[in-house]
Design a protein around this ligand. Structure first.
Ligand code: ADP
Length: 384
């Protein structure tokens, strides 16, 4: 099939920043795109060929949107999978495949998938409602502390809470959930796998999340991770195991824990380009967005190696600031060598909202890390 400067149409569910960065690549290759999003101000709107305003969770909206595209992909998991399944049955190519998407969408079924396939993950119990956890605590089925995770629609920590006391449960929504053992981890790592429909796979180098010592928030995503070769190899193998068992097609970001005993456990996966791969735009031979397009169109894969050390800093809304956004000290960071800011195009900021990111590249990792810290201390996302 000819994808370039042709009648071929790629549908994308979701019009946020991941979609926007995917569209840099479709523009580069002149691939016709159609995007669905519920917001009239979606970052994708300016870069796609056709924009449809509508809910990603509504069956009819997603079904009607997908009917005239050749390949349908996503940039967010929370979409109506029943509609995707119907489209798939009617001959539309949907990647990630709906079967994998269904498994991933629900954290309980995702975790069950890992245990069913012998993939290492933290032990957990599944509950239809949060209130049922209390009975389980009373009869010794589970023990405090544990990590509560909403089975559906968790995003950016919203659906995750460490429960240390029984009373902590009272503040949580009464929804389907899992209670997961706390992992005493040394590192949080991630591996991005790209897999084609024919089962060809490539992986990106292991990345490491560096946390703020007090705020317990990821501050930097660092590529390559500063870990032993043996650990990197193990992380890579586990990520491949997940991708192959899921028969995934497209990009799969596998989030991992490295325990104190150097075990590798799968935390969760995302079946799409991911925050942990943003560094690749500046640091890799082939960035994750281009690779996703290559994977879902069955094109040869690009080289996943890095050209230089890469560090990514998220630009999130500062605390105490809500309203029309301004980026303070943007010029100062533009003066630093190897620094590239990305602004997603959201007009309104609010505390901790992901508004953009900055990539820092350098031949030398230690120097990149120093610059990253300077960037972090300099640029501020505030309201007017
Ligand atoms: P989200 O879908 O919000 O990204 P995650 O499952 O990735 O949720 O959890 C968010 C963060 O919470 C993780 O990055 C990790 O720091 C912490 N976390 C999650 N599960 C555990 C666990 N079992 N033990 C310890 N920390 C955890």
């Amino acid at each position: 099939m000819n994808f370039f400067s042709s009648d071929f149409k790629l549908g994308i569910l979701g019009g946020g920043q991941l979609g926007k960065m995917l569209l840099y690549e479709t523009r580069k290759w002149d691939i016709h795109t159609k995007v669905l999003d519920a917001s009239a101000e979606a970052p994708c709107r300016i870069a796609c060929n056709e924009f449809v305003l509508g809910s990603l969770l509504d069956f009819d909206t997603v079904y009607n949107f997908g009917k005239d595209v050749d390949v349908l992909t996503i940039e967010i998991e929370n979409v109506n999978v029943d509609a995707l399944e119907k489209l798939e049955q009617e001959g539309v190519t949907v990647y990630p495949p709906t079967k994998a998407l269904r498994t991933i969408q629900n954290k309980a079924t995702q975790k069950l998938f890992y245990t069913d396939h012998g993939i290492p993950t933290a032990p957990f119990s599944r509950f239809a409602y949060t209130t049922e956890i209390k009975d389980s605590l009373a009869n010794g089925g589970i023990k405090l502390p544990f990590v509560w995770k909403s089975a559906q629609f968790g995003y950016d920590g919203q659906g995750v809470k460490v429960v240390r006391h029984e009373a902590d449960l009272d503040d949580l929504p009464n929804v389907e959930c899992i209670a997961e053992e706390m992992v005493d981890f040394k590192n949080e790592l991630a591996v991005i796998v790209a897999r084609s429909a024919r089962g060809k796979v490539v992986t990106y180098p292991v990345v490491e999340m560096e946390f703020h010592p007090e705020a317990n928030q990821v501050e930097y995503v660092i590529c390559p991770a500063r870990i032993d070769e043996a650990i990197a190899k193990k992380a890579n193998e586990v990520a491949l195991q997940v991708s192959e068992n899921m028969e995934h097609v497209g990009l799969l970001a596998v989030e991992l824990f490295q325990t104190q005993d150097d075990e590798i456990l799968v935390n969760e996966v995302a079946p799409r380009p991911h925050n942990s791969g943003h560094y690749s735009i500046e640091a890799s031979y082939t960035n994750q967005f281009e690779q996703h397009i290559r994977a879902i169109l069955g094109l040869p894969f690009g080289k996943t190696d890095s050209k230089v050390a890469g560090i990514m800093v998220n630009l999130v809304g500062a605390e105490g600031h809500t309203g029309d956004v301004i980026y303070e000290n943007m010029e100062s960071i533009l003066e630093m060598k190897g620094v590239t800011p990305h602004i997603y195009g959201k007009k309104q900021t609010r505390p901790f909202r992901k508004m953009g990111h900055v990539t820092i590249v350098d031949e030398n990792m230690a120097r990149a890390r120093e610059v990253a810290q300077k960037v972090k201390e300099t640029i501020q996302v505030k309201s007017k």
